[in-house]
Design a binder for this molecule. Structure first.
Ligand code: GDP
Length: 292
């Protein structure tokens, strides 16, 4: 489903996310491991506020493993109340691992409740993320066993229900869908290349040229290998390369068709696992200048 975001929708989504955040113990923020930064909502920090947060780098099966490790380190170090995990939502063991981490993150809070003599209760969760990061898939995998809808609780909006997961968790059944970043053209191209934006917001050949540039620099040899090209063609410009690819695929001069094929092949993982976002380099600590 592609959602058209208008200012009114954004304000409502944000308001709802904040309301829900107030009802849960921990926020599960889903991102796409191929674009851990570009698939985050610009206001996520403000929305999550100081709630404990588990950043779930989903679709890790499609992403570059070494980059994923770098991103995990980055997320684990950047916020106090935040941890990160990389998963494939379809993997049973990854879902089990996720549940274990959530319990560990909440252990202290639950122990304090117990000390205070309060009745033990399930950990309340919500899922947040932009479209297509795998929210519905993740929720379905989390509740695979023991699926049971509990009755509405006071304060819960009419449409929303808590899904009971074993005796340990209660998960809000509808994920918070937040908008993606629009301002930066490059972010848009990355979202399009991974399939997060399906509508033709960009020219196909712009996305294809970005993809050629990215793959040739980051994963040399993959384009050549995937399309059985005879040479590396590192001396060619990207438009020349796109022309070459079009001819090679017997698409005549239909560059759009070749662009589309390249984009779909990359989305399908035919060019291998990849990560488009790089971990930001921490700004050097501001040095006190003493020699002036
Ligand atoms: P939502 O819009 O955030 O609810 O995303 P969906 O749950 O509808 O998932 C979007 C697409 O990503 C679907 O085609 C899913 O099958 C796919 N998907 C979700 N999680 C994973 C994952 O961990 N790995 C892979 N390879 N695909 C996934």
């Amino acid at each position: 489903m592609h959602i058209q975001w208008f200012p009114g929708h954004m304000a409502k989504a944000k308001r709802q996310a904040i309301e829900n955040r107030n009802m849960v113990d921990i926020v599960l923020e889903l991102v796409d491991s191929r674009i851990p930064e570009s698939s985050r909502n610009p206001l996520m920090d403000e929305i999550v506020n100081n709630k404990p947060r588990l950043v779930i780098m989903n679709k890790a099966d499609l992403a570059d493993r070494s980059r994923t490790e770098e991103w995990l380190t980055h997320f684990n170090q950047s916020e106090k109340n935040q941890q990160a995990i990389a998963i494939d939502a379809f993997s049973h063991s990854d879902i089990t691992r996720t549940k274990k981490i959530i319990k560990e993150m909440m252990a202290e809070k639950m122990a304090i409740r117990k000390q205070k003599g309060m009745k033990p209760r399930a950990i309340r969760l919500m899922v947040l993320g932009i479209p297509n990061v795998g929210k519905s898939t993740f929720i379905n995998q989390m509740i695979k066993k023991n699926r049971a809808k509990t009755a509405n609780k006071p304060g819960v909006t009419q449409q929303q229900q808590w899904l009971k997961i074993e005796n340990d968790f209660e998960l809000l059944d509808t994920p918070g869908i937040l908008w993606h970043k629009f301002e930066d053209q490059k972010v848009g191209v990355k979202l399009a290349l991974t399939g997060a934006i399906k509508d033709a917001l960009f020219h196909k050949d712009d996305i294809a040229l970005y993809a050629l540039d990215f793959f040739i620099h980051t994963y040399p040899g993959r384009i050549k290998e995937a399309y059985h090209l005879s040479e590396d063609m590192t001396d060619k410009t990207y438009p020349e390369l796109l022309m070459e690819l079009t001819t090679h695929l017997n698409f005549g001069d239909d560059f759009d068709r070749a662009s589309e094929k390249l984009i779909f092949d990359i989305r399908d993982g035919k060019l291998g696992a990849y990560t488009l976002d790089e971990v930001p380099v921490e700004p050097e600590e501001t040095k006190v200048s003493g020699n002036e």
